[in-house]
Ligand binder design. Structure first.
Ligand code: PMP
Length: 361
């Protein structure tokens, strides 16, 4: 199929095949305007319809309540690491953060530029193979918010529950697991996600924020990151990333066609349990995360004989498997199996793993 590889990239990551085909077909003459979607004003009626549809489809998929704004911004998830404290600090001195690994730590470091951070729970002492249970978390009553990272893209650790933050707004960096299954948005004050995994191309950041949190911004907040300002301008205070927004809209329609988040949730569960099954059942591969904390999106694994890692990567590449090299912070391999990675690609990887074990095990 058009020389496409088995793409296990952690991000930017695979985009559904049908979406790419549609984008290709529409590229030169989009909606009969005689230009591509990239070449027209974000304020023209054609693009405004795209923006509106994308928001509506995302609201439908996630069942976003009407008292939440949806923003389509730039700056990536790291931009949000700063935007969150700058917008939500209000008159509070500190915020609570859960340290679940690499990305949580990056969020903490950025927040510390703007306010005191209380580490409410920390998985560092056990190498982020699990997190302390919620009854051991040290939450502060007067925190501006509680921030956590539902899915650690590098460590491969995912929360299977939504933490209870009481009256304190709960903030989630859902960059690598948004839209992987249904989620009760009403439990959150704010959700943000860089688009380049389950939403679309890099360059777009989605923010879902409860209305009452729009009034806590600091004067220091850059205008482009100011939720209230962006909400008041339909995310068009500055020029939005129009192509990424358009493509995200196509991905949302694709997701609806798959049967929505319940259906994709089932497929994701199947894909992940097959791959973990292969890793655990082999005695040749291993994954460092405790079973109940394992990510369904990012599955790191190593070989019991680490000297074979390079051979695994080289031989898998020859068979068309790409971007399986683990993040440099952890080494080994990592298979990212976001929504757009077909189940057959996971099956093909498992077959390759079996064959590799047969030859070298
Ligand atoms: N948070 C998580 C969970 C991520 O996976 C990433 C990117 N891999 C980031 C934040 C940083 O995203 P960005 O590069 O869009 O700033």
């Amino acid at each position: 199929m058009e020389n496409r590889v088995y793409n296990f990239s952690a991000g930017p990551a695979a985009i559904p095949h049908e979406v790419l085909q549609q984008a290709r077909d529409e590229l030169m003459n989009w909606q009969d305007v005689g230009a591509s979607v990239m070449e027209v004003s974000h304020r023209g009626k054609e693009f405004l319809a795209v923006a509106h549809d994308a928001e509506k489809d995302l609201r439908d998929l996630l069942k976003i309540p009407s008292n939440y704004k949806v923003l389509f911004l730039q700056g990536g998830a790291r931009g949000q690491f700063a935007a969150v404290p700058l917008n939500l600090k209000g008159d509070k001195k500190s915020a609570d953060y859960v340290n679940s690994g690499h990305w949580a730590q990056s969020a903490i470091k950025e927040a510390q530029r703007y306010m005191d951070v209380n580490i409410a729970a920390d998985g560092k002492s056990n190498g982020f193979s699990a997190m302390p249970s919620q009854d051991q978390w040290r939450l502060s009553k007067d925190a501006a918010y509680l921030h956590y990272t539902p899915n650690e893209t590098i460590g491969g650790l995912e929360f299977s529950f939504i933490p209870d933050s009481g009256d304190v707004p709960l903030v989630a960096d859902m960059s690598s697991n948004i839209l992987s299954g249904p989620v009760d948005v009403s439990k959150f004050g704010l959700i943000y996600a860089g688009a380049q995994k389950n939403i679309g191309p890099a360059g777009l950041t989605v923010v879902i924020v409860r209305d009452d949190l729009l009034d806590h911004g600091s004067l220091m907040c850059p205008a482009v990151l100011d939720y209230k300002l962006q909400a008041g301008n339909e995310s068009m205070y500055n020029t939005p990333p129009t192509f990424a927004w358009y493509l995200a809209g196509l991905v949302f329609k694709w997701l609806k066609k798959q049967g929505g988040l319940e259906a994709i949730n089932e497929i994701n569960g199947r894909k992940a349990s097959k791959l973990y099954g292969q890793i655990d059942g082999s005695g040749f591969y291993q994954n460092p995360v405790d079973a109940q904390w394992r990510s369904r999106m990012n599955i790191p694994f190593t070989l019991i004989k680490p000297e074979l890692d390079e051979k695994f990567l080289a031989e898998s590449e020859l068979e068309g498997f790409r971007y399986l090299k683990g993040h440099k912070a952890v080494g080994g391999m990592r298979a990212s199996i976001y929504n757009a990675v077909p189940e057959q690609h996971v099956d093909a990887l498992i077959d390759f793993m079996k064959e590799f074990e047969r030859r070298y095990g």
